[in-house]
Design a protein around this ligand. Structure first.
Ligand code: UD1
Length: 397
């Protein structure tokens, strides 16, 4: 079930710190930690849990990461229990072989909880990056809210992205001294990612993907909005309402363009294409429905957007880091700091409300300008350094 690649030379002699992740957002947000540990010469290795296979490759290449280990998931159905069982067994094999000094997990995915459980059974200390996010509602987001709560019970180091997240953890009676307020590595990744993107585009070593090239001529005349939606709680009516709001926005404002990288899950893509496919054909590029974009292309969209409409967690943080106001297409967010800082609004998925909010923001633009100038509450881009400081002190001592 598992494959091992050649171990990197600097991890061969000492037990490495093992980063165990497998979904798109986890890879993006752990890349800065990996880079920082390597920069310091600390032994570090990476296991790809296999949860997102097709989206992973381009990320590994962009961040220059070659995972030494991978779990080959042979999924026979889409159930979370089945995925969890496969992850637990596959990761346990890898951990037994590698005998890491610590396992680092991220956030709240099924890979996060599976990695933490597997490490716990082998008595390996766990570091939880982006710890302490809570909506206090087990159904929103499902299953992520419980994944992060349960991971906190197992972890030794809790790397909280904001004072609010640290307060959540301290209120849960975790071992004293284990909670570290460090910021969010999403900011490190977005800042490093945009400067690398500028360099690659500038030197001609990277071109924007076709759909964005076709969108580009419209941007001389149109303001851009980036839309993404994929959360389980929005499947069905939620996604349909968001699509209808987008159609009405484009009908009401002929100086708007929309880019919507559509998540590959049929529960999302079937609905989006049924609602908007014909309109996208008619608008010839002003509505760009495309497959999920590579991370640098998504960053480009946020840099060029007036605002983002999204139910994604990471895009809330990236929007704040890149001065792109975010309207959250959910009834709650575990990132209340975005709203408190004035960099975003919760709008839910009611089409009338989404439409009215965007229309109001477009009028005059003063409110949008204020949102754009809000101070980013998710950190300064040096989070990975703080995480490495703690690990260097407490693992190598
Ligand atoms: C609401 C919620 O519970 N979300 C959790 C989910 O992430 P989250 O909701 O952020 O997951 P997404 O799948 O939206 O991924 C977001 C990331 O993917 C990138 N992107 C998005 C679209 C696209 O076409 N191309 C692309 O590269 C974005 O730039 C962002 O960095 O797992 C993360 C990892 O543990 C946690 O941090 C989040 O708390």
């Amino acid at each position: 079930m598992t494959t091992s690649f050649t171990a990197a030379p600097d991890t061969a002699s000492r037990n490495p710190i093992l980063i165990s992740v497998g979904t798109r957002p986890e890879i993006i947000k752990m890349a800065p930690v990996y880079a920082e540990l390597r920069r310091r010469g600390m032994p570090v290795a990476w296991v790809h849990t296999g949860q997102h296979r097709e989206m992973a490759e381009s990320l590994y290449s962009f961040f220059d990461i070659a995972p030494e280990h991978e779990v080959m998931l042979e999924r026979r159905n889409g159930s979370l229990a089945h995925l969890n069982a496969l992850l637990l067994e596959g990761l346990s094999d890898v951990f037994e072989k590698v005998r890491p000094s610590a396992v680092l997990v991220h956030g709240d995915t099924t890979s996060t909880l599976g990695s933490a459980q597997a490490a716990f059974y082998l008595d390996i200390p766990i570091g939880h990056v982006e710890a302490g996010l809570r909506t206090f509602n087990a159904r929103e987001p499902f299953p992520e809210e419980k994944n992060r709560e349960l991971t906190a019970r197992l972890a030794r180091w809790h790397f909280a992205p904001t004072p609010g997240a640290a307060a959540n953890l301290n209120g849960e009676g975790l071992a004293a001294g284990g909670v570290h307020m460090v910021g969010n590595t999403a900011v490190d990744a977005a800042l490093a990612g945009t400067s690398r993107l500028a360099e690659l585009l500038g030197s001609g070593r990277l071109a924007l993907p076709g759909p964005l090239q076709r969108l580009q001529p419209h941007l001389a005349r149109c303001r851009l909005i980036t839309v993404t939606a994929h959360r389980r709680e929005n499947w069905g009516p939620g996604i349909r309402n968001i699509a209808r709001a987008v159609a009405r926005l484009l009908a009401a404002h002929d100086d708007l363009a929309v880019v919507w990288p559509v998540h590959g899950n049929p529960a999302v893509s079937d609905v989006v294409h049924a609602e908007l496919g014909a309109l996208a054909d008619r608008l010839e590029g002003r509505l760009c429905l495309c497959p999920p974009l590579d991370y640098p292309a998504l960053l480009w969209c946020l840099q060029h957007s007036l605002l983002a409409l999204t139910d994604s967690g990471g895009i809330q943080e990236e929007g704040a880091a890149l001065s792109c106001p975010v309207l959250v297409l959910r009834s709650t967010t575990e990132r209340p700091e975005l709203i408190e800082a004035g960099a975003g609004l919760i709008v839910g998925t009611d089409a009338d409300h989404v439409l009215a909010t965007v229309t109001q923001l477009l009028k005059g633009g003063a409110e949008l300008k204020r949102m754009r100038r809000a101070v980013n509450p998710f950190g300064d881009g040096h989070t990975a350094r703080r995480i490495a400081d703690v690990l260097a002190r407490e693992i190598e001592a």
